[in-house]
Design a protein around this ligand. Structure first.
Ligand code: FES
Ligand code: FES
Length: 153
C-alpha cells in the first residue's frame, strides 16, 4: 500500500506492507538514528516523534503514519547537538547507542513540561533505557539543560 507522510518536514510517498513497522520503514529511508534495541517495546531506543509526541517506532505500524508528521533526530540536529554538549560535559555520552531516542524524549519533555522537578524528569524518562547504566550522568545533564536546581526533588 502507498502512504503519504511528512518526515522531518518533507513530504514523502512510501510503499509499505501492512505489517511493516515504522522503525524499519524509517531505516530504509536512511534514517539510521532510529534504532532497535529490544523486541519488547521497553527500551525506548526506537523513539521518534509522531505529530510531536515521543512514540515507539518498533511498535507502530508504518501505515498508521499516513498523513502524519514524523520527526527524527536528523530533523532536530541543531537542538540535539545543544543537548548533547550537556551530556558530554557530564560524561553521560558513553557508547551513544541509546542517545537518539533518549535525546528526542528530552527535547519533547522540554516542550511539554513546565518547571519539571527531578521526579517529573525521571518519570518522563522511564521508558528510555541505557545499557551503560549511566543514569546519574544523564539526569545531571537533563537537569542542567532544563535549568532545574540541584535541590529540586
Ligand atoms: S526497540 Fe522499540 S522499545 Fe526497544
Ligand atoms: S550510552 Fe550506551 S546504551 Fe546508553
Amino acid at each position: 500500500m502507498q502512504i503519504e507522510l511528512y518526515i522531518n518536514h518533507q513530504q514523502v510517498l512510501l510503499t509499505v506492507q501492512p505489517d511493516d513497522f515504522l522503525v524499519d520503514t524509517l531505516r530504509k529511508q536512511g534514517l539510521f538514528s532510529v534504532r532497535r534495541g529490544c523486541d519488547t517495546a521497553c527500551c525506548g531506543l526506537c523513539t521518534v516523534w509522531l505529530d510531536g509526541r515521543p512514540t515507539l517506532a518498533c511498535s507502530t505500524l508504518s501505515f498508521r503514519a499516513q498523513g502524519r508528521h514524523i520527526t527524527t533526530i536528523e530533523g532536530l540536529r541543531h537542538e540535539a547537538e545543544g543537548f548533547a554538549r550537556f551530556m558530554a560535559a557530564e560524561g553521560a555520552d558513553q557508547c551513544g547507542y541509546c542517545s537518539p531516542g533518549f535525546i528526542l524524549t528530552v527535547l519533547a519533555m522540554k516542550r511539554e513540561l513546565a518547571n519539571p522537578g527531578e521526579a517529573d524528569i525521571i518519570h518522563y524518562l522511564t521508558g528510555n533505557l541505557c545499557r551503560c547504566t549511566g543514569y546519574q550522568g544523564q539526569l545531571r545533564a537533563v537537569k542542567k539543560y532544563l535549568g532545574v536546581a540541584e535541590c529540586n526533588m
